[in-house]
Design a protein around this ligand. Sequence first.
Ligand SMILES: Nc1ncnc2c1ncn2[C@@H]1O[C@H](COP(=O)(O)OP(=O)(O)OP(=O)(O)O)[C@@H](O)[C@H]1O
Length: 330
Amino acid sequence: MTGTPLVEADRLSRNFPMRTGLFGRHRDVWAVRDVSLAVQKGETVGVVGESGCGKSTLGRMVLGLESPSAGAIRFEGRDLSSVAGAERRRLARRMQMVFQDPFGSLDPRRSVGAQIADGLRVHRIVAAGEVDAEVARLIDVVGLQKNAAGRRPHEFSGGQRQRIAVARALATRPDFIVADEPVSALDVSIQAQVVNLLADLRRDLGLTMLFIAHDLHVVRHLSTRAVVMYLGRIVEEGPSEKVFGAPAHPYTRALLAATPSISARKVDEEAVLAGELPSPANPPSGCAFRTRCPLASDECAAAVPDLAPYESGWKVRCIKSGPSQRRGDL
Ligand SMILES: Nc1ncnc2c1ncn2[C@@H]1O[C@H](COP(=O)(O)OP(=O)(O)OP(=O)(O)O)[C@@H](O)[C@H]1O
């Protein structure tokens, strides 16, 4: 892959102070730790991992909604922390977020049309006299009925509300969208419709996306590249068909084993995810996954493994899964 990425996270970390234990001692929870990620124009990068692995914090930092404790975010090569004022607003127009809970992000008292129009007005996307027509166009683009503009959010089903949220995000004509669990609050029967809408929009509008989900089906369907996170760190990253087709990290294999219907391989009993996710306030030493890993040995406790090249464009953070160990018998 060549050229400046549209969005780049460079060694991003974010910690939160937290009280733990009986005596309420302060400890840092590292929600995201040393994450580097480049998203090329037109790519859809899917971020997966169990709840609490740091996916949302990463997505919020990438959009500038949360500040990193360390590291940088670059948009078209420009460090977001060095951009302010009108310039920052111009960049904000180009980056939008679609949240898990569309109801929480929509105002119940205002009409859908008025809420879609907010972004049009703030960023002066069209002339004042053309706002209504543009709202109607956006409503059509996301597949809602023409009369939706005059109605309030509670008059719609969950899937339709997520379409409204997508129309709002599209209003500013963004280049980059972070979708944080956009379908996980929806009925399974509706999820595919919203996923297909996002896939169509990505194709038709040339959108670049960071797609966050704990559901591997959804990520596999939408993303060109997959990033697997465990306790704040990337443990595997590579082309989706490879990561989901022949996962290299034992954690990715365990996630896939928990979703057998998309596993191309026979479910490996050994790979089934054992035990609880350790507390992010007190992660295991060395490889954080070692306490649940069927391959773990003493050396896994010694140091955090590097995110090392596995194949071209594919990286794995596991001392047992380097290219030299790759035989399909792990
Ligand atoms: N504002 C905050 N204050 C304290 N801790 C936080 C805050 N935001 C996130 N965390 C902690 O950071 C860790 C990562 O949270 P995050 O929401 O990014 O994970 P996630 O993978 O997106 O999970 P989920 O799917 O449940 O949203 C969790 O342990 C969480 O409790």
